[in-house]
Design a protein around this ligand. Sequence first.
Ligand code: SPV
Ligand code: MG
Length: 436
Amino acid sequence: MAKTVYLGMIGDIMHPGYINIINKASEYGDVMVGLFTDKAIASHRRLPYLTWAQRKVVVESISKVAKVVPQDEWSYVPNLLKYKPDYIIHGDDWQEGPNRALRAEVYKAMEGIGGEVIEIPYTKDVTASGIREEIDALGVTPAMRLSSLRRLIAAKPIVRILESHNGLTGLIVEHTKITEGEAERAFDGMWASSLTDSTSKGKPDIEAVDLTTRLHDLNDTLEVTTKPVIFDGDTGGKTEHFAFTVRTLERLGISAVIIEDKVGLKQNSLFGTDAVQVQDTIENFCAKIQAGKEAQITSDFMIISRCESLIAGKPVDDALDRCLAYAAAGADGIMIHSKEKSGADIKEFSLRFREKNSYTPIVAVPTTYNQFTEEELASWGINVVIYANHMLRAAYPAMEKCAESILAHHRSLEASDEYCMPIKQILNLIPGTKKN
Ligand code: SPV
Ligand code: MG
C-alpha cells in the first residue's frame, strides 16, 4: 500500500517553494495536504487573500497532490493523530525561531504514531510572506476589503479594531504588530469614529461634520491601508437618506456601518445621562435597518445596529428587547454601548442575548470598562472589540506638552528631545519614501 506524506500549507500564493516541497513529498508517497483553515491562520497571522474553498481548488489541482484535508489548528498534532501519515514533510526553517515548539510537538506526535519527519532545505529566495508584503504595498480592491470583516468574524474568537482618523493613524493600525510566542498580534481593522473625526477638526460630535466631508477624509486612510473599516454612521440620518449612505459606503469598500438608535440632536454617548439622549422607537429603527438592507448590493456588507438603552439609563431588559428586535429585522450585528465602569451591565446583556440568539455578532466598545481583556469579553459572547478613540487621545497630550515646553523654554530644544520623534525617523516614516 502506498505510504502517505502529510504537508501542511496555507496555499494562498502559489510559488516555486511550494512546488518544490510537493515534488519532494511525492517521492515518499501520496501527498496529503493539510490546508490551514481561516480559523487556524487567524490565531497567528493575517487572513489569506483567498478563502479556504478557493485555495482548495488551486491546491487539489496540482498533479502531485493526492488529497486535501482541512487543518483547523495552527498545531499539526490533531491532524497527525487523526490521519496517522507515514511521513510529515516540512522546510528546515522551523529548526530556529518561534516555530521550534511546533517542530518539537510534531516529532513527539510522529514518534507516537510510528511515523517519520522529513526536513528539506527551505526555499529562501521566494516566500509567500515576502510576496504578500509586495502585494499589500499595491493596495487592495474595494470588494476584497469589504468582504474581509465577515471572514474575520467567522475565523476569530474576537476581532480587534482600532480607531483611525487620518492616513497616519491608518498606517499605525495597518502595520503595528508584536509577536507572542509563535503568534503575530496585530489589529484586524479600523474604526472610523464620529468622535475622533469631529474632534480632530475641532468640532463637537453632534453630526455637524457631514458625511461627504467624513468620507472625503476617510479616503486618506483607504489609500494607505488594506484592512477592513467599520464606519460610525451616527444615527444614520433620515431613513430615506440612509439607503444612499449604504450604497456609498459599499462602493468605497467599507465593510460595515454602525448606526445608533437615537433621534434628535445626537450627543456623544460617553456623556451618558448628563446629556439628553432620546431613543427612536423600535419600529422606526427597524424600518431604518430594513431600508439599509434593501439598498445594499453586496451580500457581505454589514449593517450593525447600536443600542443606546444603557447609555440613556435604561435597564438591561430594555436593551435586550431592542437588540433582539433589531436582529430579527435583519441587522447583521448589534453593538451594545455603556459608560458604566464596572462592565456588569455589558456582561449581563451579552450572556443573556447569547441565550436567545447564538449567531448575531455582538460588538462592544470598552472605553470605560477597559479593565477587561479581549479573552474575557469573548467569553461573554462578544465578537468584535472596538478601541474607539485611543489614537487621538494618545496624540493630544503629547502635542499639548510639546507646545507648552516651547513656550516655557523660549526654544524647541527641550521639546524636541522629550516629545518629538527624530527628524530622520519622520522623513522615513512613510512606506515607499525614496531617497536618491
Ligand atoms: C465614536 O467613537 O464616535 C463612538 C463611540 O460613537 S463613543 O464615543 O463611545 O460613543
Ligand atoms: Mg460616534
